[in-house]
Design a protein around this ligand. Structure first.
Ligand SMILES: *Cc1c(COP(=O)(O)O)cnc(C)c1O
Length: 375
C-alpha cells in the first residue's frame, strides 16, 4: 500500500466544508466589495472573541504583521529585538529590514522554544522588545519572559503564526490563548497554518486601543481619514475573499486542532520505545496544537528522511539552518550566548506529515515505515 500522503492535505479538508466555503465565496462575488468588505470586520470580530483579545487587525500576511508591529512600537534604527535563533526567518528578517538589530538567543532542546536561561544575558540598554516565537504549536514559557520584560521595561511581541489555538498555562493554573499575552501579537493565515486561508493573510492582536488605532493606520497607508496621511505606512490588507474563507474555517479551528492532537498522540505512543528519537514534549505551561509534529533523530536523520521518501512519505526539515548561518543576516545580528542547541537541532529535526484529514490507514503506514527503519 502506498497511499498518496501529503504533509498537509487541504484538498480533502475543502471537500468536507465545500458547501459552506463555496457559499461564502459566492456571497463576496455577488456583493463585489473585494477590499474591506463586511466579511473582513466580521472575521476580525469573530477571531477576537475566539481568543479573547480586544482588537484583531487583519493584514496581508504574517510577515507584514511582524513588520507593522515594529513600526507601531516606534522602534528606531539600532534598537535591539531579542529573537530565537532556531526559527523561521520572518521575525529576524523584518527586524533587520527595519534597521533594528536581531539579538539571537538559543532555544531549549526539548521544546524548540526560547531558553529562558539565556534570555536575560542577551538584554542590553538598547533592547526594546522580546519576540517569543511559539514554534510548531506550543507556547513559549511566558512567565520568565513577562518577568524580564517588566524588569527591563521591554515590550513583548508574540509571533503566533504557528500556534493559533494553543493555550499558555500560567504558574497559577489560569489559561490564556497564545497571541493574547504580549503587547502585540502577530499571526499568519498561510494555508498550512492551523487557521489557514486560500492564499496569503495575517493579523495583529492587541488589547491596547491606541496601539490598535495606530496599527490600523500603518496597514492602510498611514491614513487617518480618506486621503489624509499622518504617518508613513504601507498597504497590507486581508482580501474579503480570504476573510470569507477564514470565517468558515474559524468555526472548525477547535475541531481541527483536536484532530492534529489526536494524530500527534498516536505518533508519540507508537514511537515511545525507539531510543534514537525524541518525540515532541508537551510542557506543563502549554497545550500543543501541533502545527508540526517534529522528531529529533540522533545520527541518522537524513537516512530516515530518504527511507521514508522512497516509501512515498514526505517529511520536512524545519529548519535546516539556524539564523546565525543565514547569509542574509550576516553581520546584522548580535549574539550574547552560545547557539549550540540551535546548531544541533538543525541536524536532528524531522517533521512528519500531520494535518486535519489524516486517516488511520495513512498514519499506520507512516508509523510502520518509521518502526521498520529502526528495527
Ligand atoms: C509562517 C510564519 C510567519 C510568516 O507568515 P507569512 O504569512 O507566510 O508571511 C512568521 N513567523 C513564523 C514563525 C511562521 O511560521
Amino acid at each position: 500500500m502506498n497511499p498518496r500522503i501529503q504533509m498537509v492535505d487541504l484538498q480533502s479538508q475543502y471537500q468536507k466544508i465545500k458547501e459552506e466555503i463555496d457559499g461564502a465565496i459566492r456571497k463576496v462575488l455577488l456583493h463585489g466589495k473585494f477590499i474591506n468588505g463586511p466579511e473582513v470586520k466580521e472575521f476580525a470580530d469573530n477571531l477576537a472573541d475566539y481568543v479573547g483579545v480586544k482588537h484583531v487587525i487583519p493584514c496581508g500576511n504574517g510577515t507584514d504583521a511582524l513588520m507593522i508591529s515594529l513600526i507601531a512600537l516606534g522602534l528606531k534604527e539600532g534598537d535591539e529585538v531579542v529573537v530565537p535563533a532556531f526559527s523561521y526567518i520572518a521575525p529576524a528578517e523584518v527586524i533587520a529590514f527595519r534597521e533594528l538589530i536581531p539579538v539571537l538567543v538559543d532555544v531549549d532542546e526539548r521544546t524548540f522554544n526560547f531558553s529562558s536561561e539565556h534570555l536575560e544575558k542577551s538584554i542590553t540598554a538598547k533592547t526594546k522588545v522580546i519576540m517569543p516565537v511559539h514554534l510548531f504549536g506550543q507556547a513559549c514559557d511566558m512567565a520568565p519572559i513577562i518577568q524580564l520584560a517588566k524588569k527591563y521595561d521591554l515590550d513583548v511581541v508574540e509571533d503566533n503564526a504557528q500556534s493559533l489555538g494553543a493555550e499558555y498555562i500560567h504558574p497559577d493554573g489560569s489559561r490564556q490563548y497564545t497571541g493574547t499575552i504580549g503587547k502585540i501579537s502577530c499571526t499568519s493565515f498561510f494555508p498550512a497554518k492551523n487557521l489557514g486561508c486560500y492564499g496569503d493573510g495575517g493579523a495583529l492582536f492587541t488589547d491596547d486601543d491606541e496601539l490598535a488605532e495606530k496599527i490600523r493606520m500603518i496597514a492602510n497607508h498611514g491614513q487617518s481619514q480618506k486621503y489624509k496621511h499622518d504617518i508613513i505606512g504601507c498597504n497590507s490588507r486581508l482580501d474579503t475573499l480570504q476573510a470569507a474563507v477564514l470565517n468558515v474555517k474559524l468555526r472548525y479551528l477547535s475541531t481541527y486542532n483536536a484532530a492534529r492532537i489526536e494524530v500527534a498522540e498516536k505518533y508519540t505512543e507508537a514511537f515511545k520505545n525507539i531510543p534514537d528519537i525524541d518525540t515532541p514534549v508537551q510542557k506543563e505551561f502549554s497545550t500543543h496544537v501541533y502545527n508540526q509534529y517534529t522528531l529529533k533523530v540522533r545520527e541518522r536523520r537524513d537516512e530516515l528522511k530518504t527511507w521514508l521518501e522512497k516509501k512515498g512519505i514526505p517529511t520536512t526539515v524545519y529548519y535546516p539552518f539556524p539564523l546565525q548561518k543565514q547569509a542574509a543576516l550576516k553581520g546584522l545580528t548580535r549574539t550574547a550566548s552560545t547557539l549550540d542547541v540551535s546548531n544541533r537541532l538543525c541536524e536532528e529535526v524531522l517533521s512528519l506529515p500531520i494535518h486535519t484529514e489524516m486517516v488511520p490507514t495513512e498514519q499506520n503506514y507512516i508509523i510502520e515505515a518509521v518502526l521498520d527503519f529502526f528495527k
